[in-house]
Design a protein around this ligand. Structure first.
Ligand SMILES: [Zn+2]
Length: 166
């Protein structure tokens, strides 16, 4: 055990490296380019099942974690498509399949949708996360665990030291 080292729990700021691999072996995401992930535990920034699996780990620990689609980004929903009038978009520029956009509904809720198809008069939006339906295989290395500062707790997210952007 790592006695004396701070362990991951709510209100700790965690820095880690991870690689996310899909069932087909494709690397979907990785921090190995020298930009580790830093987050405030308990703030809901990450997948809950991912964060839960990290609880109790300390700097230097490694974890291999597999998440089902249910614990990841959801099952793929064939119905989660919407055809909207292209007039709703300020410009046709940037309307490319795969592009993520923010959609606001009548109640002011914001959703992320992905452009699926672009037609002359309409755009088909896909509300599935790009990783919906995927089983997620994470290889995690915990780099640092420290208590959050008062400012971080107040803001509800981690800071990178000076000059963090909001
Ligand atoms: Zn802040």
């Amino acid at each position: 055990m790592n006695e004396g080292k701070p362990a991951i729990r709510a209100n700790m700021v965690v820095t880690l490296d991870y690689t996310l691999t899909l069932d087909n072996g494709e690397v979907a995401d990785s921090t190995q380019d020298g930009r580790p992930l830093r987050f405030l535990a308990g703030s809901g920034e990450l997948l809950p099942a991912f964060e839960e699996a990290l609880l109790g780990l300390t700097a230097g620990d490694k974890l291999n974690l597999t998440l089902s689609p249910e614990d990841g980004y959801g099952e793929y929903d064939e119905e989660a498509f919407e055809e909207v009038d292209i007039e709703n978009f300020p410009s046709r520029e940037g309307l490319e399949p795969g592009t993520a956009i923010e959609v606001h509904d009548a109640d002011g809720e914001t959703y992320v949708a992905y452009i699926s198809e672009v037609h002359d008069d309409t755009v088909i939006l896909d509300y599935n996360h790009p990783l919906a339906g995927e089983t997620l295989h994470f290889q995690v290395t915990v780099l640092e665990v420290r208590p959050a500062t008062a400012e971080e707790l107040e803001h509800g997210h981690s800071h990178d030291g000076d000059g963090h952007a909001h």
